[in-house]
Design a binder for this molecule. Structure first.
Ligand SMILES: O=c1[nH]cnc2c1ncn2[C@@H]1O[C@H](COP(=O)(O)OP(=O)(O)O)[C@@H](O)[C@H]1O
Ligand SMILES: [Ca+2]
Length: 501
């Protein structure tokens, strides 16, 4: 009897030891290898300025969704590259300081293999329309600078409005994790026939983009249609980019209209604060492709703008920028451009976020009601300029003076332009960053050009490292408990014998 007990005791001890060894092996064997990090650089050459982004990701996981993250952003000093049309050779050198910063962030052993891309947006689209050879020279100047950096130069080009919309949509859905939804979330979405993805609203200085998954997208307007197959799923996406409808060019358009009826060189503008004054040079004003169709001979060369601070009047004058009179499709946004019914949530970023964030109107997770948003902008516009300037002395005057106009323009674009209402307003989420990465088109552009988003779901282990180790531990514990229980049951140690009949 006692010898069987000793044998069982030894067996129990050995199996416990085996289980411990098993766990130890599982933990150490499956420890991820030391991280092998890769890097990528994208320059967003916008109409108002250029930003350089550095991204990083673990090399062995590059096809997984959600692993790429932004580790650095550098704001290039001075204007956007389209602002160098009169000194094209200076466009490239303007990027030097940010390239230096990228060199410091990325380990030097990896410089040579790090791809660098430059994408220019609406500012350069406009310059190309106005002066193609200047646009070419600017691109070749920035190309030369990037080529002489120690990185792997992959091109400097003007991206299309369609690409800008598409890559913005890919960026935010990649960062929000919408391409790898769990089974139950997918089921819930399909039961409610909701979009699994979020739409993207991007407001720049010279253009604005709207992009969203549209299940009932008809083939009425093929140029607004995109098809993607990402991680094994098909997506049908609507996109449009409105050139001249970024907030800076929208203001130029509004002024061009105001100039049609002005009687002298003084213009009273309801979109600027009372007490604010600005002088505009007329000579260059109509050279811009966004205003050239309103060209008019005027008896003065300078225009003096004087603010009135009247939100309602401002909205009325902005509204005229959206021509809703003819629509050759089943439904339109404005200017005869097709727009299918709005669907799902929207992430609104870049200037949508900068402006709404300044006005404290981005409150998440509970978006504000539209009437609260309107009343906030209305009272901000009504504040005299001196008071605004004192209250926000740390903010650049160029931005500060235009938040009233920009707020009114954003509401007009969303309500009058796209047809958002009080009911679906709360589907719009104003976001600057998702995790550590800025919302914008650059990440999506790099993911696409480095083929980091596979069309099919990559075959990988069915369990993640954590779940695998967890499962091993759980099974081992169950095994130990069963053995212990069996031993107790068959050998009834003296201390327990009384209780068992
Ligand atoms: O802090 C800010 N406050 C307000 N507006 C900002 C701020 N930072 C950037 N912006 C604005 O955001 C817009 C960015 O547009 P961008 O330069 O990307 O042009 P694009 O996308 O049309 O080519 C510009 O109108 C710029 O003035
Ligand atoms: Ca932009």
């Amino acid at each position: 009897m006692s010898s069987t007990r000793t044998i069982l005791l030894i067996l129990g001890f050995l199996s416990t030891l085996a289980v411990i060894a098993l766990i130890a092996v599982a933990v150490t064997q499956n420890q991820p290898l030391p991280k092998n990090i890769k890097y990528g650089i994208v320059l967003d050459a916008g109409s108002s300025h250029t930003n350089l982004y550095v991204y990083e990701w673990p090399a062995e996981k590059e096809n997984d969704t959600g692993v790429v993250k932004q580790v650095e952003v550098c704001k290039v000093e001075g204007p956007g590259i389209s602002g160098y049309s009169h000194a094209t050779e200076k466009a490239g050198p303007s990027l030097a300081q940010c390239l230096q910063q990228a060199k410091e962030v990325i380990p030097s052993a990896q410089h040579k293999e790090t791809p660098v891309y430059l994408g220019a947006t609406a500012g350069m689209r406009l310059l190309r329309l106005q002066n193609e050879s200047a646009a070419d020279k600017v691109l070749s100047s920035v190309g030369n600078t990037l080529r002489s950096a120690p990185f792997n130069f992959q091109g400097a080009r003007i991206i299309t409005g369609q690409e800008e919309g598409a890559y913005g949509w890919i960026t935010i859905n990649y960062l929000l994790g919408n391409f790898k939804q769990s089974g139950w979330k997918k089921l819930l979405h399909s039961l409610k026939s909701l979009s699994e993805t979020s739409g993207a609203l991007d407001l720049g200085g010279a253009s604005t983009q709207i992009t969203f998954e549209s299940k009932d997208l008809t083939s009425e307007s093929p140029e607004n249609q995109l098809y993607f197959r990402l991680y094994g799923k098909d997506y049908q996406v609507y996109t449009h980019s409105f050139l001249c409808y970024g907030k800076d060019q929208a203001l130029q358009q509004k002024l061009a209209r105001d100039l049609q009826t002005v009687e002298n060189s003084n213009l009273f503008d309801p979109c600027f604060h009372k007490g604010y004054e600005r002088t505009i040079n007329i000579s260059d004003f109509f050279k811009n492709p966004c205003t050239s169709d309103k060209k008019k001979q005027l008896p003065f060369s300078q225009l003096y703008i004087k603010g009135e601070g009247d939100y309602q009047k401002c909205r009325e004058s902005i509204q005229k920028l959206f021509n809703k009179s003819n629509c050759p499709y089943s439904s339109c946004s404005f200017n005869g451009i097709y727009l299918p019914p709005l669907q799902g949530d929207f992430g609104a970023f870049s200037a949508f976020y900068f402006v709404m964030n300044f006005l404290n109107l981005t409150s998440e997770p509970n978006p504000l009601a539209l009437n609260k948003v309107i009343s906030t902008i209305e009272s901000f516009c009504a504040r005299p300029w001196q008071e605004v300037k004192t209250a926000y002395h740390h903010i650049k005057e160029k931005y500060l003076s235009e938040y009233c106009f920009s707020g009114a323009y954003i509401l007009s674009l969303l309500e009058n332009g796209y047809g958002f209402t009080e009911d679906n307003w709360q589907m719009i989420h104003f976001l600057g960053k998702i995790g550590s990465s800025d919302a914008g088109w650059t990440l999506g552009y790099m993911l696409n050009l480095t083929n980091m988003i596979p069309a099919e779901q990559p075959a990988g282990p069915p369990l993640s490292h954590g779940s695998y180790v967890g499962l091993m531990v759980l099974c081992s514990l169950v095994l130990v408990s069963v053995l212990l229980f069996a031993w107790l049951l068959f050998h009834k140690p003296k201390c327990l014998q009384k209780g068992i009949v």
